[in-house]
Design a protein around this ligand. Structure first.
Ligand code: MG
Ligand code: MG
Length: 268
């Protein structure tokens, strides 16, 4: 069942989402060749606890850490380890936080130093596809409209859309109804209404959409070992329109990126 949120609850969710946004900003400052994903995980856990929240993933379904860290051909759900990041890697950093009984959950794929042009384009298009999808999240539209838009846009660039993992409703639970696939058919699926909050999270592969799971029971990687990108935002429907609760502002500040890509999803 879809849990509709009141304006007050959406404000609490914004607080949780912003803790994750700021945590990802701290990761952006620290990420560089030589640092391990386990060191970054510690930075994130400390920052979240210092801000009166609890890491949202730690212990959830028995996940062992604060961040899901998925480099290169890993899609999502990678477990932090002591291997140093290398120049030219990309790494999806997915983070959750729980505060006031509500979860924030969002993700960004970082470049470590200089990366290949073809990989940079994958990151740019995947991030853009997130906004293409968010634009469809408004009253009257349906789950299939978001998926259709993301799929159409990313496949037009020759990329593969992961099928087995999807976005989701967000609230007092990390994963609520509805499921939000990054593929679909226009006009199909559950209808969006005022007060819905979802995490939209395209997982897009440079090559095939097919994936494999590691024997650790967590890590998902591409079947052809080509790179995969992942970006995720928390979005509410307010006054019929999509409003971002999370922001990449802190990441952009840390990395010196100037963009107005989030402006259309802010309340006036
Ligand atoms: Mg996430
Ligand atoms: Mg999520």
């Amino acid at each position: 069942m879809i849990q509709i949120k009141s304006i007050e609850e959406i404000e609490l969710m914004r607080e949780s989402a912003l803790i994750v946004s700021k945590t990802l900003g701290e990761i952006a400052k620290a990420i560089k060749p030589g640092i391990s994903t386990l060191e970054l995980d510690k930075i994130a856990e400390e920052f979240i606890r210092d801000h009166g929240a609890i890491p949202g993933f730690l212990g959830l379904y028995d996940f062992p850490n604060t961040l899901c860290m998925s480099p290169n051909e890993q899609v999502v759900h990678g477990i932090p380890n002591s291997d140093p990041l290398q120049e030219g890697d990309i790494i999806s950093v997915d983070c959750g936080a729980l505060k006031n009984g509500f979860y924030g959950d969002h993700a960004y794929t970082f470049a470590v130093g200089e990366i290949e042009k073809e990989t940079k384009k994958l990151l740019d298009i995947t991030k853009e596809s997130l906004y293409v999808g968010i634009r469809e999240f408004r009253t009257g539209k349906r789950v299939g409209d978001v998926g259709f838009a993301i799929q159409q846009f990313t496949e037009s660039h020759g990329y593969g859309v992961v099928r087995e993992l999807v976005g989701h409703g967000l609230g007092r639970e990390m994963h609520e109804d509805p499921e939000m696939p990054n593929y679909g058919r226009r006009g199909k699926g559950k209808k969006f209404v005022e007060g819905m909050v979802v995490a939209i999270e395209p997982m897009i592969n440079l090559g095939t959409h097919r994936i494999k799971q590691f024997s650790d029971g967590w890590t998902i990687k591409t079947a052809d070992n080509k790179p995969s990108a992942h970006f995720e935002h928390d979005v509410a429907i307010v006054n019929g329109k999509p409003e971002l609760l999370s922001t990449f502002k802190y990441i952009n500040e840390a990395l010196g990126i100037e963009t107005n890509e989030e402006d259309e999803f802010r309340a006036n």
